[in-house]
Design a protein around this ligand. Structure first.
Ligand SMILES: *Cc1c(COP(=O)(O)O)cnc(C)c1O
Length: 367
């Protein structure tokens, strides 16, 4: 960060009352984007890997790079097979549709991504009834509650087939002993167990537990390559051969069959080779950001987990926060003053972190 940024921000009272024309001090300065780890752009090395990818028609199963990615993740996570899909949303949808038929039911957390942030796809496209239940603070679904909502086999009820969990959830690593208990419950009731592991690698790097061990209790796992791992596009769904063949069918039906997708898979393979260990840097920066913000009186740090920091500010200062962030070219989703999520990722280095901290310092002294 150029010297004097904090002073500049302070002098300009976070740009209050000033039209943001992009002129002056900030000309040409790139934005620091803390909204999500989905915003990462492929690095030059990743682009080179993508440009040189060997490709074929993946709908025919003939793209060597897609096949290599699917095999690689299946081996790493301990599954028979994998399926490359355009998005995590589609990956979860295909998992639900492969596990559940029309009139079946899946149990899911009320704040889980599959239930809340995927347009209700299971019900809309799969004719699958969701049975949402409230989650505890740590992202777990109370198992006594899960047990209570499993339906008897009787024509009055939907057929309960599946329990879906998420790891990480709001950045939190799901406790392993909890997952073992959830597995035992599923076994008692003949349910399958799915993991929305969009940020599985963050969980593994943060906890020091190999991805294969985290994935082991599950019948299927969905992993995103386009979040913290930094690939531009893609998720992979893992399971048995039979499960993946069923998911492959639904991928085609839902329009997710891609042709020379090896260009994308090459970015994902590059991410697995080069961007896994560095997730620890994002976690360390999240901790440092939380420590810096914790020293401010106008910001309350609510939670810090893996690459995410959740903060709260006085609702009356929300617009001011927006102005301070915009003045420093820092992007933050300022929606709910009580829960603002800040996400660290590949495109936020130490200088970017310093600029974000300076913007919050300016917010502290402004207004
Ligand atoms: C991002 C995300 C998804 C879906 O990924 P998209 O590629 O954006 O569709 C699923 N689950 C979780 C927990 C996520 O964070």
């Amino acid at each position: 960060m150029p010297a004097g940024t904090a002073a500049w921000l302070h002098r300009n009272r976070c740009g209050a009352g000033r039209k943001d024309t992009g002129a002056g001090y900030h000309r040409g300065m790139d934005w620091i984007d803390l909204r999500s780890d989905t915003v990462t752009r492929p690095t030059p090395a990743m682009r080179a890997a993508m440009a040189h990818a060997e490709v074929g028609d993946d709908v025919y199963g003939e793209d060597p790079t897609v096949n290599a990615l699917q095999r690689r993740l299946a081996a790493d996570l301990g599954f028979e097979a994998g399926l490359f899909v355009p998005s995590g949303t589609q990956s979860n949808l295909l998992a639900l549709m492969a596990h559940c038929a029309r009139g079946d039911e899946y149990i899911v957390g009320m704040d889980a991504h599959t239930y809340k942030y995927e347009g209700g796809g299971a019900a809309v496209l799969g004719s699958i009834q969701p049975q949402p239940i409230p989650q505890d603070e740590d992202g777990t679904l109370p198992l006594a509650w899960v047990e209570r909502v499993v339906k008897p086999r009787d024509p009055h009820f939907a057929r309960t087939r599946l329990l879906s969990l998420e790891n990480t959830w709001h950045g939190r690593v799901l406790p392993r002993d909890y997952v073992a208990q959830a597995r035992a419950l599923c076994d008692r009731h003949g349910l399958a167990l799915h993991l929305d592991g969009a940020r599985l690698y963050n969980a593994a790097v943060s906890s020091g537990v190999p991805v294969g061990d985290i994935a082991a209790p599950f019948d299927s796992v969905s992993v995103c390559l386009s979040k913290g791992l930094g690939a531009p596009i893609g998720s992979v769904l893992l399971g048995t051969h039979a499960f993946v063949e069923e998911a492959r069918r639904w991928r085609k039906v839902t329009g997710g069959g891609m042709r020379q997708a090896g260009i994308l898979a090459a970015g994902a393979l590059h991410a697995l080779d080069h961007h896994v260990a560095r997730l620890a840097d994002d976690h360390a920066r999240a901790t440092r950001l939380a420590a810096s913000l914790g020293s401010l009186s106008t910001v309350e740090v609510v939670a810090t987990h893996t690459n995410m920091v959740f903060i709260a500010v006085d609702a009356a200062r929300l617009r001011l926060l927006e102005r301070c962030m915009a003045a420093a070219r820092v992007r933050v989703s300022v929606g709910d003053a009580a829960r603002i999520r800040l996400v660290l990722h590949l495109d936020v280095d130490d200088a970017g972190l310093a600029r974000a901290v300076a913007a919050f310092s300016a917010f502290e002294s402004a207004g």
